[in-house]
Design a protein around this ligand. Sequence first.
Ligand code: GSH
Length: 196
Amino acid sequence: MICWTSPTTPFGRKVRMFAIEKGVADKIDWRAVDPWNDPALQEKNPIQKIPTLEVDASTRLYDSRVIVAYLETLDGPNLVPAATRFDHLRFEAMADQYCESGVLRIRENFRPEPQRSPDWIERQRGKQQRVLDALEADADKLTDTPTLAAIAVAAALGYADLRFTAEDWRATRPRLAAWHARFAQRPSYQQTMPPS
Ligand SMILES: N[C@@H](CCC(=O)N[C@@H](CS)C(=O)NCC(=O)O)C(=O)O
């Protein structure tokens, strides 16, 4: 299998952490591609986003939630417990939204100044802050064991540390910060740290 990703994408990081915890990371050839500038990605994935998983010559999977769902079907520990499945999917949706809003904010700031929309940037920032507050409120549901919810949230917080350092998400979210400090010790987190 080939996974097209990058060292900094939080969605690719979620998939990679999940694969490591599932015990299947070595079955995947992790390759870097620039989704913004490499037209070859369009041939593999019509939405031209990373991560994209080539399972075999005729099967390509996207987006990261679909890839994670596929990896969960492989042999290995169960990372999405059936009894709490919808909690896990909700945490994943919140974590992914944090990252999607972050990507939109950053891309908006790449536009020439007259074309930028402060309202749009603020809308995305608001979503990010509300997600972080909701994660703080629900922090007791995050486990120290590597489940989908924990992996998705850890990848999002890693993205916060990479791209939104000045917003200091820890300042008003002590329970989330304490959980993250423990989870960040895991080899799957350490091995997927983005270059700073
Ligand atoms: N919902 C997608 C989001 C993936 C995504 O937005 N990836 C970014 C990089 S972090 C990307 O490839 N963007 C290229 C584009 O939007 O054209 C997923 O979970 O895989």
